[in-house]
Every structure is written in structure tokens, then in C-alpha cells.
Design a protein around this ligand. Structure first.
Ligand code: PMP
Length: 412
């Protein structure tokens, strides 16, 4: 039944039980950061209260327990995304660091030479968050490779025939999002990655907006590297992962040199540890890794199919209601599998709409959503974005629609 999921789980998210400016909080900013349920907080607290110690080096019991907790988190998260024996997972501070690790790692000088060479080509889609664009701009600069952009059409869609036109024998990398955070567009990423892999490119998937509700099965994808963040899947902030094919991860130069990632060190040289340690220099955020794995377990208990159906229904409800308001244009209305409803109107600035919604306890995000080139290309400018999580209700969507209609009356 509609909303059954939300009513069953809401009590696990104490942050939602508050009033903002006198109204019940309607938290509709889940594409930026989701909230954390009690079982995830409990897992992190348990680690900090009982098992906290530095990992991998200690012979003492706490260090071994901490190491076990960290490695268990790694294997739980690998299972969560369908990573198999040929894959490895590297913990990072989030999607941004994971994508920087790939772009830097393929362009930095290495003993065997950098993977990217002058005249090579990198293709990024035009839907990308700055985190999957700016690192590639830098990689191109560092290596002398050329950066090409797979531009979307006027509706914000990507097309296989446009990718076919860009792929050449020099294409070494294709980077794509599973869902565009600014518009909610969900490109056919499996087919596009397969097309690029077929042409010989390494493929990179930004799954930040997908893993919280969409089943991502790496074993069935032509994907060499995939990045995601804990805080967008009901886990802690400041942690994330890069999962990749072993052979692809072996190509990366480390982003961080130092402790934990070496095998042997002299004053003049070092031999590096095998994966995943080679790419995880320094003390990791162990409690957050544990929390992120607990979030994956939490999602598994509820079921990604149920979460996906719920957020898609909320999005459809929001898109229908918002599009019916005179003067509102919803971006990517066709993107029925996303959890993001982003809209514009010539009658009011998103910042003002967001401020009036906040006065009614409704939290949305406004602006460029770290995807300025895309919104410039589409000619929309900044947007107002509502995004849905498993705890949101259809009642909250009704409040959003009424709140936006009211804001437009005030601002028009
Ligand atoms: N990619 C996408 C599609 C995103 O939505 C975000 C977060 N808004 C990021 C990358 C960056 O994630 P993080 O800030 O967790 O590194």
C-alpha cells in the first residue's frame, strides 16, 4: 500500500521527529545526504565503544577485532554491489575521493609510465556532477590526453549513437553517472558502459545517486570502476568506496603514499603492498566503514526493490503535482526510475522558493547542484530539487506541491 514502507521505518530515524519553524520536518534533500537509522548508529557506536584500535598492524586483541570489523565491512559492501572474486573494494572518503583516485591514478607518473598518454582521449558524459568532471579535466591536463563530452539532447538524455561518434581507437576512459543528481536523468548506463568497453575504453560509473535504491550488480556490468558514498545510502558522512576490477585497480597510481600501503621501505625507495592496501594509505575511518556496511545491511533488510518502488512512486507523485502548477517545468519528467524531482520556473528564484519551503518545515536543495555545465547546456539555470528517501511519505509530497504553489503565489 502507498506509504507503508515509510510508516514502518520512520521511527528508526530520530532526526525526522522534529519541528522546523513550527511544522513537522519534511526532509526532501536525500540526493544531497540521506538520514541515518538507529541500527547504523548502533553499529558505529558499538565499534567505537568496544573495538576501537588501529588496524592491520597490531597483535593485540582490539587491533585484531578492529581489523576484522573493517575487513567484514569491506566484504559486506562488495556483496552489496555484486562484486565478485575478480573485484576489490577500496575505502575512500566518498565518491569525490574515489573518482579523484581513478582520474589521478590513470594520469600520474608511474614506474611503467602513466596509463593516459598524450593524444589519448577521455570521454565524460555531459550529465556529470563536478566530481566526475573536474578530476578528468585535471587528468587530461596532466597527461596531455583530450577530454571529450558526450552531450545530452535538449531533454537531458544521452544517446548511444552520439557515443558511437565520439569513440575512437584512442579512447582510453569513459566516465558516466548512473543518475544525474541535478536533473534526475537516469541514462541507460549498462548499455553505454558496454558500448565503451567494447571499443576498448576503461569504464567508470558514478553510482552516488543509485546505490541507495537501485540494485547495482557489478558482476553483470561492463564496469571497471564504480564510486559511491555512504551518506547517500543511509550511512555516515565522509566515507565511501571505489570498487573495481582487480586488473583495472592495478593500473592506478596511489593518491596517498605513507603508512599501511607499503611492504618494505628504505630511505630512498619503497615497495608497495598489494590491493586494496596499496590504495588505502593512512589510518582509515573504520567506524564509518562499519557504519556504511551496516547501512547496506539495513537496506538489504528492507529490500532494494521495495525502496526503489517507494521512491519512484514519490517521484511520480511529485512530478505530476509540480508539473500541474502553472509556470513550472520539471526536468527529465521521463526519468521514471529516479528519486529526484528538479524543477524551474521563470517566475521565482530557486533560493526564494527554498526559503519559503523551509519556513513550512520542507527541506529541499536549490542551485546548480554541482552540475553547472549541464544546467548551462540545458539553459535552465539553477533549479529547485526535491529528492526522496525510503522514509518519505505521500503526505510530504502533498505538502511540497502545496508549498511550491504557495511560494509562487507569494513570489510571482
Ligand atoms: N556524484 C554524484 C552524482 C553526486 O550526487 C554527488 C553528491 N552530490 C557526488 C558525486 C559527490 O559525492 P560526495 O560529496 O559524497 O563525494
Amino acid at each position: 500500500t502507498p506509504g507503508a514502507l515509510a510508516s514502518g521505518v520512520r521511527t528508526l530515524f530520530p532526526v525526522l521527529e522534529q519541528r522546523i519553524h513550527g511544522a513537522a520536518l519534511a526532509y526532501l534533500d536525500n540526493a544531497a545526504t540521506t538520514q541515518v537509522p538507529l541500527p547504523v548508529l548502533a553499529a558505529m557506536r558499538h565499534f567505537e565503544a568496544h573495538d576501537r584500535a588501529n588496524i592491520h598492524r597490531g597483535v593485540h586483541t582490539l587491533s585484531q577485532r578492529a581489523t576484522d570489523a573493517f575487513e567484514q565491512a569491506r566484504s559486506d559492501l562488495k556483496r552489496f554491489v555484486g562484486a565478485g572474486a575478480g573485484h576489490e573494494l577500496v575505502f575512500t572518503s566518498g565518491t569525490t575521493e574515489a573518482l579523484n583516485l581513478v582520474a589521478h591514478g590513470l594520469s600520474a607518473a608511474q614506474p611503467g609510465g602513466a596509463f593516459l598518454q598524450p593524444g589519448d582521449e577521455i570521454i565524460v558524459s555531459g550529465l556529470e556532477h563536478h566530481a566526475n568532471l573536474v578530476p578528468w579535466q585535471q587528468a587530461a591536463r596532466r597527461s596531455g590526453a583530450m577530454l571529450r563530452v558526450l552531450l545530452p539532447d535538449a531533454q537531458g538524455r544521452l544517446h548511444a549513437q552520439d557515443l558511437a561518434c565520439l569513440l575512437t581507437p584512442r579512447t582510453r576512459v569513459f566516465a558516466l553517472t548512473a543518475c544525474a543528481n541535478a536533473t534526475g536523468e537516469t541514462p541507460p548506463f549498462a548499455a553505454l558502459l558496454a558500448q565503451a568497453a567494447q571499443a576498448g575504453a576503461l569504464t567508470v560509473l558514478d553510482a552516488a545517486q543509485a546505490v541507495g535504491h537501485t540494485v547495482i550488480d557489478l558482476s553483470a556490468l561492463a564496469c571497471d570502476f564504480m564510486a559511491f558514498s555512504g551518506h547517500k545510502m543511509y550511512g555516515p558522512m565522509g566515507t565511501g568506496a571505489l570498487v573495481g576490477r582487480m586488473a583495472a585497480l592495478e593500473r592506478l597510481a596511489p593518491l596517498r603514499y605513507g603508512g599501511d600501503m607499503v611492504e618494505r621501505v628504505s630511505y630512498t625507495d619503497a615497495a608497495f603492498a598489494p590491493l586494496p592496501s596499496r590504495l588505502e594509505g593512512g589510518t582509515p575511518n573504520v567506524a564509518s566503514a562499519v557504519g556504511m556496511a551496516a547501512a547496506a545491511t539495513f537496506i538489504g533488510h528492507i529490500g532494494r526493490a521495495a525502496i526503489d518502488a517507494h521512491v519512484q512512486a514519490l517521484r511520480a507523485h511529485a512530478v505530476a503535482g509540480l508539473a500541474a502548477i502553472e509556470g513550472i517545468t520539471v526536468l527529465a519528467p521521463h526519468a521514471t526510475t529516479s528519486a529526484i524531482a528538479s524543477f524551474v520556473t521563470p517566475h521565482a528564484h530557486p533560493h526564494d522558493i527554498g526559503t519559503l519551503l523551509d519556513a513550512q518545515g520542507i527541506a529541499v536543495r536549490t542551485g546548480h547542484h554541482c552540475a553547472q555545465p549541464l544546467l548551462d547546456h540545458l539553459g535552465t539555470g539553477p533549479t529547485t530539487r526535491a529528492s526522496f528517501g525510503l522514509y518519505n511519505t505521500h503526505d510530504e509530497v502533498e505538502r511540497l506541491i502545496a508549498g511550491v504553489a504557495h511560494a509562487l503565489e507569494v513570489l510571482r
